[in-house]
Design a protein around this ligand. Structure first.
Ligand code: HEM
Length: 221
């Protein structure tokens, strides 16, 4: 194994363990009965917090790679995204099972009639689709549609942040910070999209200009 590859494997193992820490702390606090007066609410909040944090970290990988020219950062993106999904799944399970006691009627009414729950649910469905198609096999099978599908991660990020902003009643600092981070990441993305467009346009325009000049000079020769 090459040294660079070995470092990536070790890096992935460390990242895996690091991403598991919030879940292990949650489990520990639950076993020690240290989740406070409302354990279900604590489970719901802590799993939701880690899902949105990891999702924003996942979205930050591409801008970070461009800013620092560290290509290897991309090798960690899939794992971060999968952990964002893992915490969303935990969050949803706590909601379905402990918060709503698997009462499908109540759950359907919540999803259909409470807009912040609807948004959270849509964000969850997007993350589910991305997690299921995150394997190399799916990447090969979906071909060019894979990238288009995985652009939906930005929608999941936006819906996740709005879901949080919407449910907060007084202290907007934490969801506000996440929204600010999301907007900065989107501005960065819009900037690099604009540059790509300009580059494509200028090279296309140059090609067209040179072919017009060639036609003109051959006609006048
Ligand atoms: C499957 C659909 C989802 C449902 C049913 C759901 C439901 C909930 C509920 C009931 C709460 C607590 C509300 C309260 O205490 O008043 C909550 C909080 C939260 N959810 Fe979700 N959620 C879903 C998906 C998501 C997803 C996908 C994310 C992240 C990407 C997310 C992030 C959060 C955050 C950050 C909080 C607030 C945590 C805090 O207050 O510290 N949720 N969600």
């Amino acid at each position: 194994m090459r040294v660079a590859n070995k470092n990536i494997v070790i890096g992935k193992l460390l990242l895996f363990l690091l991403c598991l820490v919030p879940a292990l702390l949650l489990l520990w606090d639950a076993l020690q009965q240290q989740l406070g007066a409302n354990p279900v609410e604590a489970l719901l909040h802590r799993s939701g917090d880690w899902s949105i944090r990891l999702l924003l970290i996942t979205l930050a990988i591409t801008p970070l790679r461009k800013l620092t020219a560290r290509g290897w950062l991309l090798r960690y993106r899939r794992m971060l995204g999968l952990f964002a999904f893992f915490y969303a799944l935990l969050h949803f399970t706590v909601y379905l099972w402990l918060d709503r006691g698997l009462s499908w009627m109540e759950i359907s009414v919540d999803i259909l009639e409470r807009p912040y729950i609807t948004l959270g649910f849509v964000a969850f469905l997007i993350l589910l689709a991305l997690a299921v198609t995150s394997t190399r096999g799916m990447m090969r099978r979906l071909g060019k549609h894979w990238s288009a599908l995985h652009q939906w991660v930005y929608a999941a990020g936006l819906f996740g942040v709005i879901h949080f902003l919407w449910l907060v009643k007084a202290d907007y600092r934490e969801p506000g910070l996440y929204m600010a981070i999301f907007i900065i990441l989107m501005l960065f993305r819009a900037g690099s999209f604009k540059k790509r467009l300009q580059r494509a346009f200028s090279s296309d325009a140059l090609r067209k200009l040179s072919s017009i000049l060639r036609c003109y000079t051959s006609e006048n020769a």
